[in-house]
Design a protein around this ligand. Structure first.
Ligand code: AMP
Ligand code: ZN
Length: 462
C-alpha cells in the first residue's frame, strides 16, 4: 500500500502515517462553539480534515475511519448570545449547530461519524476530573477545579513553550483561587441564573479544554491516531487537552499525530469574529456555489496561510468551469474505471498537497478533453471523476453546474447550435461572426467563457 506522510506539529516534521489499528483509524477534530453564524475561516479545518478523511478512507476503507468532531454547546459566548437574543441557551446552540451543519453540507463536508455535544458528556468530564484530583494533577478551590500545570512535566511540548515563557509573556491569568498562575480551569461555579450541573465540587459548568479530552476519550479511546484543528488551537487548547488526557490515562499518549491548518486571512489579518473582518459562509452561499468555496479553501496547502478575496473566488469558479466543461463535453458517457491516478494520489499522500493535486486534476481534465475514441473518453472520465472524488470536486451534474438543468430541450438545442457556430467562426478566425453570435447568446442570457479546453457557457443569473 502507498504510504501517507503527515506533518506532525508535535515532532515538527513530516512523518509516515501508521495507524494503531488499520481496521479503526481514529481522528478527532475540534469543532465550533455554536453561538452565531460561522465564517469561512471556520470552514477551513472541516474542509481540510474532510479531504484527509477521504484519503484515509481510500487507504483503509471508509468503514475503518472514525471521525469525531465535537460541538461546544455550553460556553460563556453562548450564554451572552442567549441573553442578548432573549432565547434559551439550548435554543441558541441548537439553532447555530443546525446552520453550521447546513453550511458544511453545502461545502461538501460529510457529517462526522460522531458529533458529540459537550452537554451530553458532563459525566465523563466529572469522572476525568476526579481521576486527576486523586492523582494529584488537579485540585478544587472555591467551587473551581484547576489543573496543576507543574504536575505535568511535559507541559508545553506541543507549542514548544516553557512555563517561564508563558509567565513572562503574561499568557496566564492570575486569580486568587489558583495555586499557581499557570493553572487552568477544568470546572467553574455557576450562579443560580447560569446553566450548571451538580458535581462533587458544587454546581458548575466545564471549561472548554476538558470537554474535548472527555469527548475524545468517550468516543475514540485513550490514545487516538490523529488530532486536528486550526493552528490557533495549539496553545493553550491542545496543550491543555494533552495535559488532561495524558495525566488522566496514566501517561498514555493522547494522539500520535497532531495536525494544524493555517489561517484564512483577510488582507494581512486572521479572519476572526473579534476583529470583525469576517465573510460568513451563510452569506457567501448566496452568491457562490458551495463547491467554489470548498475548492478555494483547497487552493493553498493546508498549513500555509490563505488570503480570502473576490479574485480568489472568481478564479476558482473559472477553474471548476474547466473541469465541468470537459465533463459536459464528454456527455452522458458511462465512466470506466475507478482507480485514482498515481500522480494525483501521490500529491495528496504527501501531507495533503492539495495545490499540487489540483494541478494534476487539470492535467487529467486536459487529457480527458483530448481523448478521441469512446473507450478513451470513458476511461479518461473515470480517472477524472475518481481523482475529483478524493477532493470532493467535480462530482456534480455538469448541467446543474452551468445552471442548465431545467432548460427546455428546444432552447438547449438552439443554444448548442449557436455555440457550435461561434466555435467554427473562431476556428476560421472570423471574429466578426464570432462576436455577433456571442451577442445573440448574451441576449438569450447565456454567458460564454473561453478556456484552454474550449468554451463553456452558462445561464446568467436572472
Ligand atoms: P472558533 O470558533 O474561533 O473557536 O474556531 C473554530 C475552528 O475554526 C477552530 O478549529 C479554529 O482554529 C478555526 N479557525 C477560526 N478562525 C480561523 C481562520 N481565520 N483560519 C483558519 N481556521 C480558523
Ligand atoms: Zn478541542
Amino acid at each position: 500500500m502507498k504510504s501517507l506522510t503527515l506533518y506532525d506539529t508535535m515532532a515538527r516534521r513530516k512523518r509516515a502515517f501508521e495507524p494503531i489499528d488499520p481496521g479503526r483509524v481514529t481522528l478527532y477534530v475540534c469543532g465550533p462553539t455554536v453561538y452565531s453564524y460561522a465564517h469561512i475561516g471556520n470552514a477551513r479545518p472541516p474542509v481540510v480534515f474532510d479531504v484527509l478523511r477521504r484519503v484515509l478512507s481510500h487507504l483503509y476503507g471508509a468503514d475503518s475511519v472514525v471521525l469525531a468532531a465535537n460541538i461546544t454547546d455550553i460556553d460563556d459566548k453562548i450564554m451572552a448570545a442567549a441573553r442578548e437574543s432573549g432565547e434559551g441557551i439550548e435554543a441558541v446552540a441548537t439553532k447555530f449547530a443546525k446552520i453550521y451543519r447546513e453550511d458544511l453540507t453545502a461545502l461538501g463536508v460529510a457529517p462526522p461519524s460522531i458529533e458529540p455535544k459537550a452537554t451530553d458528556h458532563i459525566e465523563p468530564m466529572i469522572a476525568m476530573m476526579q481521576r486527576l484530583i486523586d492523582d494529584g494533577h488537579a485540585y478544587a478551590a472555591e467551587g473551581h477545579v484547576l489543573f496543576s500545570v507543574k504536575s505535568y512535566e511535559a507541559y508545553g511540548a506541543l507549542s514548544k513553550r516553557s512555563l517561564d515563557d508563558m509567565i513572562a509573556g503574561a499568557r496566564v491569568e492570575v486569580a486568587p483561587y489558583k495555586k499557581d498562575p499557570c493553572d487552568f480551569v477544568l470546572w467553574k461555579p455557576s450562579s443560580d441564573e447560569e446553566p450548571g450541573w451538580d458535581s462533587p465540587w458544587g454546581r458548575g459548568r466545564p471549561g472548554w479544554h476538558l470537554e474535548c479530552s472527555a469527548m475524545c476519550e468517550t468516543h475514540l479511546g485513550e490514545t487516538i491516531d490523529i488530532h486536528g484543528g486550526g493552528i490557533d488551537l495549539v496553545f493553550p487548547h491542545h496543550e491543555n487537552e494533552i495535559a488532561q488526557s495524558t495525566c488522566a490515562h496514566g501517561g498514555k499518549t493522547m494522539a500520535n499525530y497532531w495536525l494544524h491548518n493555517g489561517f484564512l486571512n483577510m488582507g494581512s489579518d486572521k479572519m476572526s469574529k473579534s476583529l470583525g473582518n469576517v465573510a460568513l459562509i451563510h452569506d457567501l452561499l448566496k452568491d457562490w456555489p458551495g463547491e467554489v468555496l470548498r475548492c478555494a479553501l483547497l487552493t493553498a496547502h493546508y498549513r500555509a496561510p490563505l488570503t480570502w478575496n473576490a479574485d480568489l473566488l472568481t478564479k476558482t469558479r473559472r477553474s471548476l468551469d474547466r473541469i465541468y466543461g470537459v465533463l459536459r463535453r464528454l456527455g452522458h458517457l458511462e465512466p470506466v474505471g475507478t482507480d485514482v491516478p498515481e500522480a494525483f494520489l501521490d500529491a495528496l499522500l504527501d501531507d495533503l498537497n492539495t495545490p499540487k493535486a489540483m494541478s494534476e486534476l487539470f492535467q487529467l481534465a486536459g487529457e480527458a478533453n483530448k481523448a478521441e475514441t469512446p473507450q478513451e473518453k470513458a476511461e479518461a472520465k473515470g480517472r477524472l471523476l475518481a481523482a475529483g472524488a478524493l477532493m470532493g470536486l467535480g462530482q456534480d451534474d455538469p448541467d446543474a453546474w452551468f445552471g442548465l438543468a431545467g432548460m427546455n430541450p428546444d432552447e438547449r438545442m438552439e443554444i448548442d447550435a449557436l455555440i457550435e457556430r461561434r466555435q467554427a467562426a473562431r476556428e476560421a478566425k472570423d471574429w466578426a461572426v464570432a462576436d455577433e453570435v456571442r451577442d445573440e447568446l448574451n441576449a438569450r442570457k447565456i454567458q460564454v467563457d473561453d478556456g484552454p479546453e474550449g468554451s463553456t457557457w452558462r445561464k446568467m443569473a436572472e
